[in-house]
Write a protein that binds this ligand. Sequence first.
Ligand code: FMN
Length: 181
Amino acid sequence: MSKNVLILMGSPRKRGNTSILCEEFARGAQEAGHRVETIYVARKKIGGCLGCNGCQKNGGTCVQKDEMAEVYEKIMAADVIVLASPVYYYTWTAQLKAVIDRTYALLATMHNKVFYMVSTCMSPDESWCAMMIDSFRNYLACYDETVTEGGYVFGFGTGEPGDVRGSEAMGKAFEMGKAIR
Ligand SMILES: Cc1cc2nc3c(=O)[nH]c(=O)nc-3n(C[C@H](O)[C@H](O)[C@H](O)COP(=O)(O)O)c2cc1C
């Protein structure tokens, strides 16, 4: 069955390594017949969560009126969501973290999603990415059991845009997208 795949691309570099890796994931998913949309969240005006708990009292609507409104709609319509971010000081970019925090409004309403993580980093291997993986998994654990992990991929040793090309991660990202069921 054809799925709606939403990529939340959190690098400020639109043509950088994370974006390139996401394109491979998208290519695989499209080849398998799925619809893919990418939102470059760093290009959007999305404020950080205010912690006002308004959303928890009003059925899940954030009090802030900004470009997160469109992201909420697309998250709710998606079957598959990709959290894509380079590693910045061992974790997400601030831009993607703002989106993640704003999904606090969806704590009671977000169901039936499969999440993937696509990431790149300067570090040479996964031993440097434990915080990223923990953060990804612990994030998913905050939702109900219908919100699950599909997998993750890291492009290692990437500094300049394009460094990820030709790496093992490219094939892994493609296959991961293609394997979406
Ligand atoms: C502010 C900043 C912090 C970074 N922190 C890390 C880090 O903690 N670990 C790491 O391996 N690479 C780190 N990097 C390197 C980037 O993760 C890496 O170059 C990545 O491929 C950039 O992705 P992009 O090309 O999609 O922008 C950092 C880069 C920047 C700009």
